[in-house]
Design a protein around this ligand. Sequence first.
Ligand code: GLY
Length: 378
Amino acid sequence: MTAATTTAATLATIPVDIAGAPYEVRVGRGLLADLAGQCGARLRKPRVPVITDVHVHAAWGAAVERALEAAGKEPAWRILPPGEASKSWSELAATVDWMLAEGVDRGDHVLALGGGVIGDLTGFAAAIVKRGCRFVQLPTTLLAQVDSSVGGKTAINTAAGKNLVGAFHQPSLVLADLDALATLRPRELAAGYAEVVKYGLIGDAAFFEWCEGNGRHLLEGDVAARAHAVAVSVAAKARIVAEDERETKGTRALLNLGHTFGHALEAETGFSDRLLHGEGVALGMVLAARYSVRRGLMTGQDAGRVAAHIAAAGLPASLKALGLDCDGAALVAHMLHDKKMDAGVLPFLLMRGIGQTFLAKDVPLDDVAAFLDAELAE
Ligand code: GLY
């Protein structure tokens, strides 16, 4: 099924001003149906390499094919199984071999059509083929549109953990087509919405308030609400990555709000469908807020607003409700494998209020374990 309009309408264009590698994110409708027009001279050859997964191909393959054919081009498809398992050494090697067999040169663009898995894998392959070729992100999930397609983090998973091998490699263009969101399952949409809420909590209290008033409309399909949320989120991310592309200055680390708690919960649930990444982030943000209250940083009223909005979006807002069979120390043990661990210190993103997230490097892990024990029991 495709929901694409025939006429492309760009509703927002957001520059990502990375030194030496600037590009723009276009948010709009009908962008995939106008793919060749949107990519313009980036598509230099008659065959255009497109990497996607089975589900996205079923939803968007025909539209992409028509869009390329209208410009006298044809897609060379690489269609992967859906899911996190595709972010592997073996799939990376096979994808790189395929790109080389397709004759991809440094100046060529490979298209990444899909969610975070496809974007991360394609971006990493593009980073290493011939020491770097170009790629365009065509994110089809809300999570990929507001987070993973922007900022140039690319990676695969290894036996030691998620996203432990990768590169910073910026795309040349990101097309966030709101029509693609029409085919998402409600659960997947809500999980992506957690990353939207994150931008409000990080540094934009007014946007969090907008989410409280409009999140329901967004989740129910209101395109204007979706356009606003994606544009505001991407603009926030663009500002952050332009300032701190390589996550060395503390600014980009703010994007990890909810991720340390969330990662531990994902690890405890086996990185399975039991808890999607965005759901882990949602509950992680509630826990970060509640832990900030415990540390005397945030008011209980603000933390209550965070939990209430996460719950209203249909996302997990209570640790006890997750029904885990573990204690706080076990969750903290997962955190020790977090790639943000630095010389024995695990930085935490805490809040002084809504829109006032900061990086704390003095959080005692035994206190976090005691906090989690209390949350598991509550
Ligand atoms: N998803 C976090 C980042 O891009 O830095």
